[in-house]
Design a protein around this ligand. Structure first.
Ligand code: NAP
Ligand code: ZN
Length: 342
């Protein structure tokens, strides 16, 4: 027997560009083919949710319910659904779906697949600041039921972005990996890098997170300006990889001077402005600048499994759904992830 579901449910949405989150009532809709509906158990608040408020993508419509770090239980599936059934615990990140048949999908680029590009969770379709969310079946990850959903939700964006990026770069343990910015992404990146066997250096603008960064597994902690950090990295021999999680392109530019030979500057932070690239290290040190976007449902599963096996923990502060605005406002000062628990 299909589980009972309400006729309407509550969500928090941005109604207009730059406005606050407002409560809305959403009519229940049965899932269309390829969709499932989940009862949201937890949804992390990512810095990228600011993009929804600010309409970073001009095609993004309002009202829009943000939230792309979702853990929920499947409560409805469409006829013919093959991957999921009601009662399954699933997770959803920014990656909202893909067609799995276009050329983009065949080369592993699910991000610009027309389906994937059109439906990022919380951008192209409503996200998890809600009691229920309708998600595309192929985007989902299977999530263990014996873990706290609030502590898993941030793994589905902050976690998968940093884990998936690290495992696709050229560096190998015990190379030096520096993580710039200790926030939602950074506090996980430090743990992942350490547990993967890298010599892990935390880079922060101030000294207040030193003890925490070391307790998360950083071998060293460097505070100060990006130029000072680059100089300090060179004293250690230069970093093979610098993962930039702080949306500060001036700092990214200066950090290029902290790279070793064949070093990679890995940009995961979102910024609208350009990075000025000093030419000498490109030539003399063959450095590379590259970025990385999140991951698919199966990448999320790998992230959750790795985190579990190696005790990589998300530090969370929980908020009820009716405090969605407080959670959003608290995002930047949370240690380290505000999570909405409907
Ligand atoms: N590539 C992707 O797919 C992807 C996925 C998720 C998020 N993102 C992006 O990644 C970035 C980080 O997200 P997050 O959720 O980790 O953010 P967050 O929790 O706010 O952490 C960012 C950290 O960067 C540092 N920072 C230094 N200068 C800053 C500045 N000018 N503005 C903000 N932070 C600054 C701070 O750490 P210190 O105090 O240690 O300096 C801060 O804690 C955002 O730009 C987000 O949009 C990208
Ligand atoms: Zn995110």
């Amino acid at each position: 027997m299909a589980p009972a579901h309400p006729k309407t449910y509550k969500a928090y949405a941005f109604l207009e560009k730059g406005g606050p989150l407002k409560p809305i009532v959403v009519d229940w809709k049965d899932p269309a083919p390829g969709e499932v509906v989940v009862k949201v158990l937890a949804c992390g608040v990512c810095a990228s949710d600011e993009m929804v408020k600010g309409q970073f993508f001009p095609t993004q419509a309002y009202p829009r319910v943000p939230g792309h770090e979702i853990v929920g239980d499947v409560v409805a599936v469409a006829d013919g659904e093959k991957s999921w059934k009601t009662g399954d615990r699933v997770g959803a990140g920014w990656h909202g779906g893909h067609c799995n048949s276009c050329r983009r999908c065949r080369i592993g680029d699910f991000v610009t697949c027309p389906v994937g590009a059109a439906c990022p969770t919380g951008i192209g379709r409503d996200g998890g600041y809600a009691e229920y969310a309708t998600l595309r079946s192929e985007s989902l990850a299977s999530i263990p039921t014996d873990l706290d959903p609030a502590e898993i939700a941030p793994q589905l964006c902050a976690g998968v972005t940093t884990f998936n990026a690290l495992r696709h770069m050229q560096s190998t343990p015990p190379d030096i990996v520096a993580v710039q910015g200790i926030g939602g992404l950074g506090h996980l990146a430090i743990q992942f890098a350490r547990k993967m066997g890298f010599r892990t250096i935390a880079l922060s603008t101030g000294t207040s997170k030193k003890e925490l960064a070391l307790s998360l597994g950083a071998h060293d902690f460097i505070a100060g300006t990006a130029s000072e950090q680059a100089a300090a990295l060179q004293k250690l021999g230069g970093a093979r990889l610098i993962m930039c999680t702080a949306p500060d392109t001036q700092a990214m530019s200066e950090l290029i001077n902290g790279l070793d030979y064949d070093g990679e500057l890995l940009v995961v932070a979102v910024a609208a402005s350009a990075i000025a690239v000093p030419v000498p290290p490109l030539l003399t040190k063959r450095v590379v600048i590259r970025g990385w976007p999140y991951g698919t449902g199966s990448d999320c599963e790998d992230t959750v499994h790795f985190a579990r096996a190696h005790d990589v923990k998300v530090m969370v502060e929980k908020f009820p759904l009716d405090q969605a605005q407080e959670a959003f406002d608290h995002r930047a000062t949370a240690r380290f992830r505000a999570v909405i628990v409907p």
